[in-house]
Design a protein around this ligand. Structure first.
Ligand SMILES: [Zn+2]
Length: 115
């Protein structure tokens, strides 16, 4: 006899820690302002006050590489430098970031227009 008295047919909730980490890596990033501008040799920048600047040339990139630039700058809201904690945060939001970063390095110089 089943003495759990169960009339609840819902499946048990299984925590997916990786999914939660991935979601929080992007959800916790909020910026105060976003500007599209000329940034010289940089795709983007992030100020201490949470202002993101994205180079207008970024808009020439394929959408998945634009996403990489945005995730990269959003991660800088939490970690200013490029040390391991920074890349860990980028990886949580975008597990395939290494492939995208490599494509950006290859593709970027072809799209860049002179200032
Ligand atoms: Zn950076």
């Amino acid at each position: 006899m089943d003495n759990r008295g169960s009339s609840d047919l819902r499946a048990p909730k299984v925590k997916n820690v990786q999914d939660e980490d991935q979601q929080s890596a992007t959800r916790e990033a909020s910026y105060s302002d976003l500007k599209i501008m000329s940034l010289g040799y940089r795709w983007g920048s992030c100020s201490i006050g949470g202002r993101l600047n994205i180079h207008w040339a970024t808009m020439q990139l394929p959408p998945d590489l634009i996403d990489y630039v945005l995730v990269h700058e959003l991660a800088h809201l939490h970690v200013r430098n490029h040390a391991e904690p920074f890349w860990k945060r980028v990886r949580l939001a975008m597990p395939d970031y290494t492939a995208r970063r490599n494509r950006l390095k290859q593709l970027g110089p072809d799209l860049w227009l002179p200032e």
